[in-house]
Write a protein that binds this ligand. Sequence first.
Ligand code: ATP
Ligand code: MG
Ligand code: FE
Length: 356
Amino acid sequence: TTVLGIEASCDETAASVVSLDANGVPAIRSNAVLSQIADHAAFGGVVPEIAARAHVEALDGIIGTAMREAGATRDGIDAIAVTAGPGLIGGLIAGLMTAKALAAAWGKPLIPVSHLEGHALTARLTGQAEFPFLLLLVSGGHTQIVRVAGVGDYQRWGTTIDDALGEAFDKTAKLLGLPYPGGPEVEKAAATGDASRFALPRPLRGEARPDFSFSGLKTAVRQAATAIAPLSGQDVADICASFQRAICETLADRVARSLGRFRTEYPGVDEPVLVVAGGVAANRAVRATLESLCADQGFRFAAPPMALCTDNAAMIAWAGLERLRAGLTDETAMDVAPRSRWPLDEGSAPVFGAGK
Ligand code: ATP
Ligand code: MG
Ligand code: FE
């Protein structure tokens, strides 16, 4: 079975062909990603209108690239999976309309997929996780801890009460004068910094609720930076290192709550798994922290390769394959509307005219 995946929910235009062989072993046959970073860099963040236009211009080409690199023809494609939400509405419309047009022209089924489901199931594309598992989703727009029991079977246990973790990285980078996107820049600067120089808060530490909070941390960074401005290169590195350490210690404390709950709810699972996914999962310090937390708590830690953590279409094609295999597809797909907000635990995409 072979699925073409299309992703245009934020600032990456992406297409990918993923196949599943008769033994159920997946293969990424192509994974084409066109980043719009250069288009948005001058504005210090993603500009929705620019993103939408860039997706419209790039989609046809990137799909052609993915098909060519996979050596695939339309006859070899069994279904077309596309991100239907959540994300920036202009890009979602561009991606979904392109996928619908292809599905109609090629006579293939369309599978609308949640971008978050793509992140959530990536560790299964790489053979790193069986159901059920615990998922820490840390991306530009989301920070959630989710119990994943099957395809489409998600229960959110914790979420951020303010900023997403990726957003905290990006805002911190911006106020330190580092370029967008900030996450990788903060990680780079932190490598040569002194993590003990600044005393930053560990939001919600020790609280029973399994949620996250990052806006106070960002404010504390601003105050620390203002107090010693103008900043030298070493000051920036020290702030980044202190910030990253605060993030890691906060994550370890917050996630530990849910590891305990998972054990209680699934006593029969011998080797429970924590999967980390989303763009911030590319951060090495975050990975190392979660890995040692898991080692302490008797969990296996699973993190997809870096290139599959940040946005891509292989994860969308894969989510489509998982849905196809689970029989979770139907003919209403061609009537699905894009959804800018779409919580992972809320089920399928809504259909036009379905009374919504
Ligand atoms: P969502 O998936 O919630 O819809 P998104 O698709 O924009 O949002 P991703 O592309 O999954 O988010 O992740 C992008 C985020 O990951 C950005 O905030 C970026 O700064 C962050 N990020 C990427 N690499 C790193 C890194 N090495 N360290 C920290 N953060 C990182
Ligand atoms: Mg992105
Ligand atoms: Fe994402």
